[in-house]
Structure formats: C-alpha cells, structure tokens
Ligand binder design. Structure first.
Ligand code: CO
Length: 140
C-alpha cells in the first residue's frame, strides 16, 4: 500500500543552525526557511536525490512539536512520511486493521499541498507516521 518515503522530519530547536549544519557539514541542498503558521512550524527542506529531510522549528504558542522538543532538547526524528495513492482507502484499511489515526480521522492539507494523515506512534514501532496522498488518485 505505501509507496516512496516522501520525507523524514526532524524537529530542531534552532532552524538556522540546523540548516547551516546540513548545508555546511553535509554539503546538502537546503531551501530557504518557510513559515507555515497553519501547521505551527517553520520548515527548511533538505533536498536529497531520493527523498527529503524536513527540519522543523516550532512556530507560535501551541506548535504541535513544542512538547516533543521539551522531551528532546537537542532535537530528534519526529516522523516519517510515506506516500499513498489513495489516502481514504489507506485510512479505511488501517482502521479496519485496528490502527489508530490521529485527530478526527479526516485528511488535512499538508506542507506540500497534498492531503495527509498521521498514525499513532504506538501502532508503528514507536514512530509517528504521516501518510501523504501523491499523484492523481483522488486528486482534482
Ligand atoms: Co511531514
């Protein structure tokens, strides 16, 4: 059901420092920082040949990554995002199998303009999983 690894997201306390580390120490291509107030994060995309790394810094008072950074002061891997063709079919299959979908279970528009859902980390080996619908299945 899942396809490509779309991105690995890393929560960081200092986005500029993290972007500089990826750019200067690892020689990676990094984007300009973008504020995504509707998601409560500021993000830098690290573009790799086969996938992306997203560096996330909290934005605003109730950022969804604030509590994570309280527990992981130096930053840490926050979630993995896998691509699916049909997010509703994926959700229904997962829920039928007893997996928990976070929030109200309805897809939201993610950082790349595509529908996304998050799955409970306790159902996936302790890792928060994001599903992102890519391609034209179910799209407009
Ligand atoms: Co993500």
């Amino acid at each position: 059901m899942i396809g490509k690894l779309n991105h690995v997201a890393i929560a960081v306390p200092d986005l500029e420092a993290a972007a500089a580390r990826y750019r200067d120490a690892l020689g990676a291509r990094v984007s300009q920082a973008q504020a995504l107030p509707e998601h409560g994060v500021k993000v830098v995309f690290v573009e790799l040949d086969n996938t992306k790394v997203e560096l996330l810094e909290p934005l605003g008072a109730d950022s969804p990554i604030a509590a994570f950074l309280e527990r992981n002061a130096a930053g840490g891997m926050h979630h993995l995002c896998y691509e699916v063709d049909d997010i509703i079919a994926a959700r229904d299959r997962l829920m039928a199998g007893g997996c928990r979908v976070l929030g109200d279970g309805e897809p939201k528009i993610g950082a790349h303009g595509n529908p996304v859902l998050f799955l409970h980390p306790k159902d996936f080996c302790g890792t928060l999983v994001e599903l992102e619908q890519v391609g034209d299945a179910g799209g407009e």
